[in-house]
Design a protein around this ligand. Structure first.
Ligand code: GDD
Length: 410
């Protein structure tokens, strides 16, 4: 029995869904899974560096709709290629990395070849689907015909149940995990800090694409207040994206050039050093025009490195943290609230130390891939059994449900 994961985003492309799939499927038995991933510069070299069964195919369509003739042609080409890959690998089941375009292709394949499919939901794509009637209609169909819908957080699952709607018995929460052997604490390293241009300044770090919902702008707006109490504070931003120019303008406008450093996109090794050496990690996310953070793997990576974290009271990020024990959840719509919490954490090394130690323990207990991957596999296997043999949906979500209990939002 071979399952084929069909995903547009996969390393070497940077991003949360790609990280999730890479970390998960490389831990599953090689003979049971094959990956059909989108093409990307550097993909060939990357694929020579691992032993997963992988195929590449064009999945970067100009539009996810099927009305435009060019998209229709792209879908048809991809569907034809997918069927060939399915036959070549004798695949009996598909996993779609997202509803569009992968889920649509999986649904077509189901119609032609009778393969059941599961589809992942990350959260951010739901707003994109809502932006047009055509995309909403397509995504609804994909979710309706899926045997299993996998949400990355309880929050994403709730939205799927309430607004799409996906029935509870076909919906499961699989939180992404973190590689705690790679993301691990390290002692302060003056050389590494010098290389990053941080020296001995107190550093708040954010890692992630520069997108409005991630809230870099709110933290920049909070900096004047933070600077009053922590004069040498430095805000280090790792990642790139469409907001880069707007954020640079904001920094210039507020005269904060000395307090903000844009690192751009870093390689994994440099990014790891940044996590390990920062004083505080922040993902000051909030909802912007319906766009929200589905989960937030960066918060797991920072906690695995023993860093205290601060995250927004929005989307699925509260599920990554044990509030008050490993970090703080803050209403990040307001720079003054964010500044207050950041000042408190930056001013007290002892508090940071105990939060950071608890953060490491928390991710080891709850999110380590060595436990998360077998649970995900068990979920896939249970979903593929005939209806009567399927285990109770609560089994897999039980752990997440208890997160929800501890992290319940007001
Ligand atoms: N090497 C490197 N360099 N990695 C980076 C960089 C960079 O500059 N920037 C981000 N990353 C990596 C992080 O290490 C992390 O593993 C991933 O990209 C970002 O993941 P998320 O924090 O989860 O954010 P996302 O917006 O890209 O992901 C989306 O899907 C995830 C999985 O469902 C969002 O919906 C997330 O909320 C969700 O967790």
């Amino acid at each position: 029995m071979t399952t084929m994961l069909l995903t547009r985003v996969f390393p070497p492309q940077v991003g949360g869904s790609g990280r999730w799939f890479w970390e998960l499927y490389r831990r599953l038995p090689r003979e049971e899974y094959v990956i059909a991933a989108g093409e990307y510069p550097g993909a060939r070299e990357f694929d020579r560096s691992h032993d997963l069964q992988i195929e590449r195919m064009p999945l970067d369509f100009r539009s996810w709709g099927t009305i435009a003739p060019t998209s229709l042609a792209a879908y048809s080409r991809a569907a034809w290629r997918l069927r060939r890959l399915v036959r070549r690998h004798d695949a009996t089941r598909l996993h779609a990395g997202c509803a569009l375009p992968e889920g649509w292709l999986a649904m077509r394949c189901r119609r032609r070849l009778g393969l059941p499919y599961a589809v992942y939901v990350h959260g951010e794509e739901l707003r994109v689907f809502r932006s047009s009637r055509e995309l909403t209609w397509m995504a609804r169909r994909v979710y309706r015909h899926a045997d299993l819908v996998i949400a990355n957080s309880q929050n994403t699952a709730r939205l799927l149940r309430e607004s799409w709607p996906v029935s509870a018995e076909r919906l499961e929460v699989h939180h992404p995990g973190v590689d705690t052997t790679c993301f691990r604490p390290a002692p302060p390293d003056a050389g590494a800090r010098r290389q990053l241009g941080w020296d001995d300044r107190p550093v708040i770090l954010t890692v992630g694409r520069l997108q409005r919902r991630k809230g870099h702008d709110v933290l920049i707006r909070a900096l004047p207040a933070i600077r009053q109490r922590v004069p040498r504070v430095l805000y280090a931003i790792v990642g790139d994206g469409e907001e880069r120019a707007a954020l640079q303008c904001l920094v210039d406008e507020l005269g904060l050039g000395e307090h903000v450093r844009f690192h751009g996109s870093l390689g994994d090794a440099d990014m790891l050093r940044a996590y390990q050496q920062c004083e505080l990690f922040a993902l000051p996310n909030r909802e912007v025009d319906g766009d929200f953070e589905g989960f937030g793997i960066v918060l797991l990576e920072a906690q695995a490195c023993g860093r205290p974290v601060l995250a927004g009271q929005s989307g699925g990020t509260p599920e990554t943290i044990s509030p008050g024990r490993t970090g703080e959840i803050v209403d990040c719509r307001r720079p003054d609230t964010l500044a207050e919490v950041a000042i408190h954490l930056l001013s007290d090394a002892a508090v940071r130390g105990s939060l950071g130690a608890a953060a490491r323990r928390w991710v080891l207990e709850q999110f380590d891939w060595t436990a998360v991957a077998p649970k995900a596999r068990a979920g896939f296997m249970a979903a593929s059994r005939p209806a009567g043999g399927r285990r109770d949906a609560h089994d897999l979500t039980g752990r997440a449900a208890s997160f929800h209990g501890t992290n319940a939002r007001s």
